[in-house]
Design a protein around this ligand. Structure first.
Ligand code: ADP
Ligand code: MG
Length: 471
């Protein structure tokens, strides 16, 4: 890895001389090399729009610099990375927060140190509170009930909140925990179902090796500790419960944890993407327990609520100011998922501060890669065009057939989606009828290999790129 970093530093030095300094600082400097594998280097960027710009404006220059340093022709791909974006935003906020004196800071830190420690022990994220949850028609009930539960009202046990991705379930769960802990001194534990599963495995097996069961006394001591962690609380908050469905040992442990807490009168709050009855493979006894509580659906917020959420983002430290027109535009574009809406806003924020541009409607459209008259290119658009091109039906491509012609077109669709949209392996797999991410990776690689020896395939792919880009 150190080696890759060193090589990349050399590439950067070459690029620094070839690319104008403004563009170099904006585009190249934030890139972080992540891996070099099968003749391809993967670079990570905090900003989604970087990939397109770099590829179209400086693709050749980068390819040349890579071959100079690595001594071979390398392909490269640029992917957005959430962690880099978070780090970038933190840095931005830090540099803008200059008016607080050091003494003030020290005072605040020492006062909150104890609380901070407690919150992190409970795995609570202080970003998510009731105060910054915007309430509208679709989430009013979920909010009201969550607040009531946090205040200690007996409204149902468990409280089971379900709804689509990015609609505020995790936010509410943390808000309940934060409120119960800071205002009512309650013992709280937040855990995702996935963490619960991993934690259980760690306590059951030595060093993660399934074959070596922990022996006798040591094992039971470990299990007692594990159980205490989840049972010695007033509030157990379990996020994304659907994850444990069908995982028998974890379901059993969850069932026992649930019963212990329930009979001791402790509050359990659970979230999921679906109501209990619709979670595939979840055992009937857990379904029955969950349905015995209060089921609450969280829906998609309406336009005004989405606008209020953007306004709140605008008001956070270090964020740019947006006109009402732009706020409404963003809320219109991102209709179904607040996480996507936040991402769109973050892209605008980063784009405008890097280029020192005013966020006019046109600038904002560029920042989020929005095209008025053009069709928005999505995985489905790609699949549609690939199917037409090869004279197939979309259902053929998404379906199970392994017939040569169909499998070939499917692989091309994978390749084009990945190259054009930079989508994750899993999301491509989901759009292609629920295929595994490893299958998608293999498909992509096989097209990449075949392109090297087949000019026919190269031509087909180039034609498809052109067709899709002109939509
Ligand atoms: P879910 O768990 O349902 O997938 P999250 O709770 O992670 O969704 O929400 C995604 C993002 O959207 C979070 O940053 C959250 O703070 C924000 N969010 C969702 N709903 C609201 C809301 N009503 N008010 C403010 N922020 C919201
Ligand atoms: Mg969530």
């Amino acid at each position: 890895m150190a080696n890759l970093d060193e090589q990349w530093t050399k590439v950067r030095k070459i690029l620094e001389e070839k690319i104008p300094s403004g563009s170099y600082n904006a585009w190249v400097l934030p890139l972080v090399p992540s891996e070099l594998c099968d003749g391809k280097i993967t670079l990570l960027t905090p900003h989604g729009f970087t990939a397109m710009t770099l590829k179209t404006s400086y693709g050749d220059v980068i390819a040349k610099a890579l071959s100079e340093v690595f001594g071979e022709n390398l392909n490269f791909e640029i992917l957005q990375d959430e962690k880099l974006l978070e780090a970038y935003e933190k840095e931005q906020k830090k540099s803008k927060k200059s008016d607080r004196t050091q003494t003030e800071n020290q005072f605040k830190e020492s006062k909150y140190d104890g609380l901070k420690q407690m919150l992190s022990d409970c795995h609570l994220n202080t970003k998510y509170k009731f105060e910054n949850f915007i309430v509208g028609g679709a989430n009013k009930f979920a909010y009201g009930v969550s607040k009531g539960i946090a205040e200690g009202k007996s409204l149902g046990n468990p409280l089971f909140i379900y709804g689509g991705s990015g609609l505020g379930k995790t936010h509410l769960l943390h808000a309940i925990g934060y409120y119960a802990m800071t205002k009512r001194n309650k013992r709280v534990k937040y855990v995702t179902a996935e963490e619960f599963l991993n934690d259980l495995l760690e306590h059951l097996y030595l060093g993660g090796e399934k074959e070596t069961f922990k022996k006798g006394a040591e094992k039971s001591k470990k299990m007692i500790k594990f159980r205490q962690k989840y049972r010695d609380v007033d509030y157990l908050l379990i996020d994304d419960i659907q994850f444990i469905a069908g995982k028998e040992r974890t379901e059993e442990e969850m069932f026992n944890t649930f019963n212990t807490l329930y009979s001791a009168g402790k509050q359990i709050v659970i979230t999921s993407d679906k109501p209990p009855a619709e979670i595939d493979h979840l055992s009937d006894r857990l379904k029955t327990r969950f349905e015995g509580g209060l089921l609450v659906d969280i829906g998609i917020p309406d336009l005004e609520t989405r606008m209020a959420i953007v306004k709140q983002l605008v008001n956070t430290d270090g964020a740019i100011h947006l006109s009402l027109e732009v706020i409404e535009f963003l809320a219109q574009v991102y209709k179904n998922n607040i996480r996507e809406l936040e991402k769109g806003f973050n892209n605008v924020n980063a784009y405008c501060s890097i280029f020192e541009k005013e966020p006019t409607l046109d600038v904002v459209k560029k920042a989020i890669n929005y095209h008025d008259d053009k069709k928005q290119i999505t995985v489905d658009v790609v699949i549609d065009e690939v199917a037409k091109f090869y004279g197939l039906m979309v259902d053929d491509i998404k379906g199970p057939s392994r017939l040569g012609k169909i499998a070939y077109a499917r692989k091309v669709a994978v390749y084009i989606t990945r190259e054009l949209l930079g989508s994750s392996w899993q999301s491509i797999g989901d759009s292609l009828g629920g295929r595994k991410h490893t299958t998608i990776m293999v498909s992509h690689k096989s097209i990449e290999d075949e392109k090297r020896i087949s000019s026919k395939l190269c031509d087909e792919i180039n034609t498809l790129f052109n067709i899709i880009n002109q939509l």
